[in-house]
Design a protein around this ligand. Structure first.
Ligand SMILES: O=C(O)C(=O)C[C@]1(C(=O)O)C=C[C@@H](O)C=C1
Length: 201
């Protein structure tokens, strides 16, 4: 038969010991919290990620324009032109030129990955030309051109935040929320690589 046992068990903690234990657990908990960037830095990281996502989104318009015109996905002369501008604007903004260059090269690579994967899909589907493709020179590239100075501005924030403890961890967590993961997240990983390389974990 079930019997409720009364009386103190020999191993019971005294109230003082219990309190000390609670304080110790709380202290350990505080120490285990990984360091986080301050709110202002978090907002700057979110802004950077949103801009990267916006730029990746433009790749589909580029792919549609090129699908109809038959232009090559790789456009090295356009990349060179953009990189010249990036170098000028980066040095004006105090952003390390090599960092800015590497960052934009990876954005081009990510865009080309998306364009190739989309066009491959359209080939497999036996797609014809699009009815209303966007105009590459008049409509699509100007969108990318407007993003360039904003991205450079954001790179200057990233350069400042790079040594902040926990910035890399925050970047990683927020990237999963704010940046598209199309095509198994490969273009996203490519676009973010230069940031992960500089961010403190
Ligand atoms: O403007 C184009 O033709 C694009 O394909 C876009 C873009 C870019 O991301 O800026 C990507 C790849 C090209 O090699 C050049 C530029």
């Amino acid at each position: 038969m079930f019997r409720y046992r009364t009386g103190r068990r020999p191993s019971s903690l005294s109230p003082l010991h219990a309190l000390a234990l609670v304080v110790l657990i709380l202290l350990a908990g505080c120490q285990m919290q990984p360091p986080e960037p301050v709110d202002e830095d978090k907002m700057a990281i979110d802004r950077m990620l949103s801009l990267i996502d916006e730029r990746l989104d433009v790749a589909e318009d580029v792919a549609r324009a090129k699908w109809n015109s038959g232009a090559a996905i790789n456009a090295p002369e356009r990349e060179a032109q953009l990189l010249d501008r990036v170098a000028d604007e980066a040095s004006e903004a105090g952003v390390d030129e090599a960092f800015a260059r590497e960052f934009f090269e990876k954005q081009f690579d990510a865009s080309k990955q998306i364009q190739r994967r989309l066009q491959l899909r359209w080939v497999q589907e036996g797609r014809g030309p699009f009815a209303n493709p966007p105009d590459l020179a008049e409509e699509v590239r100007p969108v990318l051109d407007r993003l360039t100075p904003q991205l450079i501005d954001s790179l200057s924030d990233m350069q400042r935040i790079a040594r902040v403890e926990g910035a890399g961890r925050y970047l990683e967590a927020r990237a999963r929320v704010l940046v598209q993961d199309d095509f198994d997240g490969e273009p996203r990983a490519v676009a973010l690589r230069p940031l992960f390389e500089v961010m403190a974990r």
